[in-house]
Design a protein around this ligand. Sequence first.
Ligand code: NAD
Ligand code: UDP
Ligand code: UDP
Length: 336
Amino acid sequence: NSAAKAPPTPSPLRFSKFFQSNMRILVTGGAGFIGSHLVDRLMENEKNEVIVADNYFTGSKDNLKKWIGHPRFELIRHDVTEPLLVEVDQIYHLACPASPIFYKYNPVKTIKTNVIGTLNMLGLAKRVGARILLTSTSEVYGDPLIHPQTESYWGNVNPIGVRSCYDEGKRVAETLMFDYHRQHGIEIRIARIFNTYGPRMNIDDGRVVSNFIAQAIRNEPLTVQAPGTQTRSFCYVSDMVDGLIRLMEGENTGPINIGNPGEFTMIELAENVKELINPEVKIISVENTPDDPRQRKPDITKAKELLGWEPKIKLRDGLPLMEEDFRQRLGVPRKN
Ligand code: NAD
Ligand code: UDP
Ligand code: UDP
């Protein structure tokens, strides 16, 4: 004999949110490797409109071809060292070459991209009240003296070396993020990304996973840079994108390490690629470049606790997923 419950009356606030539920998201560097996978994931949500700003230095329209012409997608040729006027709710700021070959090619441009580019995106965030996420890097820890690296470690970075345009550039970008946060109340998120791999990496961009896979497919020797005992921890790109979105959507500014704690020497990586992709291929030792960090492995306690995130894909499962994409682009099918 209880009366039927009246349906809840929507509050005016909820009602207005209903009408403005579309989220407009800017992805700088969205034509690149991680950026294009991030765009794919963001576009899956029908409430998102995505704007990519990219100057195509290391990225390509090809990476976004399935979205060109889509009503919720826009692609702008734009260099982030120039001011940008758009109206958005969120900014994923990725624009910056990530491979040492490319960021050393024009180091002055690299540091301008990191400093002036980030300043411009923060100015934009301030003007429109957007939340902004910076993809910083494990390179802010330099050649680390503590292992694994926690976010509280301040790093061991050469300020005048050939990598400085990138690692010191990202350190200034982090400083700018926190200064805009403290001084202007901007909502910021900082991800410290560790080595990431997966489909759509530039085939000849010089990073170790892409080099080894392309070499194995072309039956060329795998070039392990001396001494080969230096370590890295490799995160598959879908795990990375998942971590970035959780960070953006969560309540923590960071910095938060996003990476896979599985640690491998470059010799072990070469042996894995050889075993999985081409058992006939040779492994050779070649000269290294200056300031190469000797070890790198993320402590991801913060990501686990604050974001509920940890990577799912092991290196030995991720490498074959990348092989498929590289074989297609190189035009070398697998022999049965
Ligand atoms: P990527 O080189 O594939 O992508 C970078 C994109 O930024 C490219 O599309 C490039 O054209 C664009 N870009 C470069 N300079 C620009 C400028 N001045 N204006 C506009 N666009 C510009 O690299 P990625 O691996 O996708 O890296 C994305 C981000 O993640 C970068 O900020 C990088 O520093 C960071 N990161 C990547 C890794 C990794 O292992 N891939 C590791 C640590 C940090
Ligand atoms: N900026 C931008 N888009 C905007 C607003 C600002 O690119 O929508 C740039 C602007 O050109 C400036 C930078 O962001 O160089 C920093 O802007 P801010 O307003 O913080 O500083 P100011 O313009 O006072 O130097
Ligand atoms: N490396 C290698 N062979 C290659 C390219 C790179 O052994 O063909 C090594 C390099 O010396 C470094 C590690 O792989 O120790 C990772 O290099 P990468 O350029 O991929 O990334 P980063 O140095 O930025 O971590």
